[in-house]
Each structure stands twice: as C-alpha cells, then as structure tokens.
Design a binder for this molecule. Structure first.
Ligand code: FE
Ligand code: ZN
Ligand code: FE
Length: 206
C-alpha cells in the first residue's frame, strides 16, 4: 500500500466530520429537550436543522471528490457529547442547567470550527475549490451557532443561573431586591468590591 498523502488525510477528516455531524444530530435533539428556556431551545432546534443540512453538504463534497459517502467514528465529538450528557444527568436548578447546556454546546461548536477550518484550508491547497466553498458555508454556520450561544449566555442565562445578588454588571448598584427564586440559602448581600473591577473605583461620583 502506498504512503498516505494529504488528499488521503483530507478524505479521512471529511469522514470524521460526517460521523461527528451525525452524532451531533442526536445530541442536539437531547439538548433541545433539556433546555428550560424557549430561546435556548430554539437555538438548539435551529442548529439541529442546520446540522442536517451540513450532513447533506458533506455528501455533496464526497460526490465532488468521487469518494464514497462514509463516516469514520469521531472520538473527539463522542467525548464532548459524553461530557455533555453527564452534565444533563446532574441535579441542577433550571437556570444552571441552561448555562451548562450552553457550555457543552459551545465545546462542540469550537471542536467543529477547528475541524472545518482545517478542511477548508486543505481543500483549497489541494485545489478542491468547490468543496472548499461548501465547507466554508458550514464553518460559517458553526461560528454563528457559537456566537448565538454566547449571546444567550451573556444576554441573561448566566445572570439567571448566578441568582439574585450575584450580578457582576456595572449597572447593578440599584439592584431591585428580588426575592430569592432558588432553593439555596440566600447569601447576605455584602457589596463585592474585591472582584477586580477597576472601572468601579475609577468612576466619578454622580
Ligand atoms: Fe456541525
Ligand atoms: Zn473527530
Ligand atoms: Fe455545529
């Protein structure tokens, strides 16, 4: 058997990603079910549909390259999904579960971004420009999915998970005294000056 080339490695990585997307279709269904927030559930469901399209896009790429459509078990994403499922089995409150689902979702997106970044670069250098364009579309979707999850986390889900009185934002000095919505004992609301936020001490009194 001849020594393998970058072309062989490229086909191998395509098969790895093909398998990875199929694993993620199952995982995203579970994550959407586990989400306790409508926007988060929508984000997972939207990315699930995109992922089905990504599987088809990879089938197109195999076609362009005259290669058999075939997956090769992706150990990396299997590990990330495995970690995500153990988190889903934990007994977290709803808000914390949402934050944890985002955390595992973003691990998966970053793994995929790394894989597709390589695939696009290798497709280009090997002269497979049509394949590269298709793979770039998927890379863009993975990046957008990651950004969407960041926006949801930073747009309220992390604050909800941290609970009342733990908001680290700059604009919370007049925080409304919400009743504790969580089962944990409420901490005495000591002002947290030692959180390393220099903007606060530098700010002029109004
Ligand atoms: Fe994907
Ligand atoms: Zn892999
Ligand atoms: Fe993805």
């Amino acid at each position: 058997m001849a020594i393998g080339t970058l072309q062989d490695a490229f086909i191998d990585e395509l098969r790895d990603s093909y398998d990875s997307e199929k694993q993620l279709i199952k995982a995203l269904k579970k994550m959407a079910k586990a989400a306790k927030d409508d926007d988060l559930r929508n984000a997972f469901e939207t990315h699930l549909e995109e992922t089905q399209g990504q599987v088809e896009r990879l089938e197109q790429v195999f076609g362009l390259l005259d290669e058999k459509v075939k997956g090769k078990h992706c150990d990396g994403i299997a590990g990330i999904i495995e970690e995500g499922s153990s988190v889903m089995e934990e007994d977290f409150d709803d808000a914390t579960m949402n934050a944890c689902l985002i955390a595992s979702g973003q691990r998966a997106e970053h793994y995929e971004m790394a894989a597709y970044g390589t695939l696009v670069a290798w497709a280009r250098v090997l002269g497979h420009d049509d394949a590269a364009d298709l793979l770039q579309q998927t890379l863009d979707e993975e990046k957008a999915a990651d950004k969407k999850l960041s926006a949801l986390a930073e747009g309220g889900i992390n604050d909800d998970a941290a609970g009342p009185g733990t908001d680290d934002d700059d604009d919370d000095e007049m925080s409304e005294d919400e009743p504790p919505a969580r089962s944990k004992p409420t901490k005495v609301a000591t002002p947290r000056k030692s959180n390393g936020a220099p903007a606060r001490t530098a700010r002029a009194r109004s």
